[in-house]
Design a binder for this molecule. Structure first.
Ligand SMILES: [Fe+2]
Ligand SMILES: [Fe+2]
Length: 267
């Protein structure tokens, strides 16, 4: 790939990070062609915060755990929080592409695909919430996902932290909530079911490329996974939500990894 083509690839990724809405982030990536195998560049500096609408206020207090979804107001606040998670997930997939210097084209195609899925997820939630008279910006948002990504020192850490911990935890939460949501809020259930299925694919992509990255670096994947967990999530496993063994196995988690995460006996 010629230098000009790499520059235009990096430029489009940067514009997506700066864009404020899912639609604008997706538009920056529309028609973008993944770089050739092995195309390389120096890692650009990441912004302190990705682009967001001016109306979006940053939350100061830590997020509350909202698992009592019997009240419509609580449910809608939860859906707003998921909307910002999906918006952030676009940014995180774009950062994976930026960190993918020297990787095969297939890596970039996978993560551009994730970014586009996340934009679609955010749009589905926006539409659902708009029908209820709620818009992004009605609640303050957290940037913990972005902060976790900034804390990664290389692509290998990113592949564990983002798809294999944060997105995989999303599977755990979804698996716990979806059965309850079915009766309480069928429309939300439908949207979150679509997201859940797609997210299994995202975690699987993370598993595949973490293994590829470890082989390319002469690292042993399970040891690498354990080391990144210990560095970025000390004392956080097992975490309070039960592991979604069905989804995690589909996404390529091994028995040893599930055991490491506190999946318990018989995993
Ligand atoms: Fe998503
Ligand atoms: Fe995802």
């Amino acid at each position: 790939m010629a230098g000009a083509e790499i520059a235009s690839y990096l430029n489009a990724l940067g514009r997506s990070l700066e864009a404020a809405t899912p639609a604008a982030k997706a538009a920056a990536l529309a028609g973008l062609v993944a770089p050739a195998d092995g195309a390389a560049w120096p890692m650009p500096e990441l912004p302190r915060r990705p682009g967001r609408a001016a109306a979006l206020r940053e939350a100061i207090s830590p997020p509350r755990r909202r698992r009592t979804l019997a009240h419509a107001g609580t449910r809608n606040r939860f859906l707003l929080a998921i909307h910002h998670i999906e918006l952030s997930a676009i940014d995180l997939a774009v950062v994976a592409c930026l960190r993918g210097s020297g990787l095969p084209r297939a890596f970039h195609e996978d993560f551009l695909g994730i970014a586009r899925d996340e934009a679609r997820h955010a749009a589905l939630l926006e539409e659902l919430l708009a029908g209820r008279g709620i818009a992004p910006g009605d609640e303050p948002v957290h940037f913990r996902l972005w902060e976790s990504t900034l804390a990664c020192r290389d692509l290998g850490e990113h592949l564990v932290v983002v798809p294999r911990v944060l997105e995989a935890r999303g599977l755990d939460v979804a698996a716990e909530l979806l059965p309850r949501l079915h009766e309480l809020d069928p429309d939300a259930h439908q949207v979150l079911s679509v997201i859940y299925q797609d997210e299994i694919g995202h975690v699987a992509i993370g598993t595949r490329w973490q293994q590829w990255w470890c082989v390319s670096q002469g690292r042993e994947p399970l040891g690498h996974f354990a080391a990144v967990l210990a560095r970025h999530f000390p004392g956080q496993h097992p975490w309070p939500t039960p592991l979604d063994l069905y989804g995690r196995r589909q996404a390529g988690f091994s028995a040893s990894e599930l055991e490491l995460l506190g999946g318990g006996i018989g995993v």
